[in-house]
Design a protein. Structure first.
Length: 183
């Protein structure tokens, strides 16, 4: 439909139901890499599961809620960014992300998240944006830090995974603080 250039032959585009096969193939490359760090409902195992995720986001977007965007690198879907929460009435959103391993290390997610934050905190006039990650997810926390977010708190032993519970960090940025690091 439309694509925003992210540099390095990469682009950001809406990730929609008609991408289900492409998304399922991408998840085959990404699944074990992302499993410890993202919500279990996002790590589906087959085409039906991938399609269900895309439909869930489409339905929430229709209600001005969550939204999902893919990152394509050289024509291949390699990851994406999303509003896991988007609440215009409360003036608040939460941004999330993932990449398959081969696409890490190029700044793609930092640039893509900056696009989302420009839109949410600028165009849409939200007051604050959050970033939630497992406290031992160093690469994810580094993205939040690169975006200029502040570590606001830790929910202790919040995140169950593989028989253990992990702390979860909450990062945040206010509209009055937001400066796109790419500009
Ligand atoms: C979290 C995750 C998306 C971060 O990916 P990432 O590639 O480290 O993040 P970016 O795309 O922003 O790239 C930053 C890296 O590119 C490098 N880079 C290169 N050019 C860059 C640029 N122009 N701008 C910013 N960074 C750049 C940075 O130095 C950094 O690499 P380094 O950590 O080795 O120093 C990825 O590790 C992942 O998918 N993990 C599993 C799923 C997950 O944890 N999701 C988040 C749940 S909260």
């Amino acid at each position: 439909m439309f694509a925003l250039p992210l540099g390095n032959d990469a682009s950001l585009r809406p990730l929609e139901v008609w991408h289900a096969e492409e998304f399922a193939a991408h998840l085959d490359r990404a699944r074990e890499h992302i499993r410890p760090w993202v919500g279990p409902g996002f790590v589906t195992d087959d085409l039906d599961g991938a399609r269900a995720t895309l439909r869930r986001y489409a339905e929430r977007q229709a209600a001005d809620g969550a939204r999902l965007y893919g990152i394509w690198l050289g024509g291949t879907l390699v990851g994406g960014v999303m509003f896991t929460e988007f609440d215009a009435r409360m003036g608040y959103c939460e941004v999330g992300c993932w990449l398959e391993p081969g696409a890490e290390g190029h700044g793609l997610v930092t640039r893509a998240c900056a696009v989302l934050l420009d839109w949410a905190l600028g165009t849409r006039g939200l007051h604050r944006a959050e970033w939630h990650c497992r406290a031992d997810n160093d690469r994810s926390a580094a993205v939040a830090r690169r975006l200029g977010m502040t570590l606001e708190g830790v929910r202790r032993e919040f995140w169950p995974y593989d028989g253990a519970r992990y702390d979860k960090q909450i990062w945040g940025v206010l509209a009055s603080e937001w400066t796109n690091p790419g500009r």
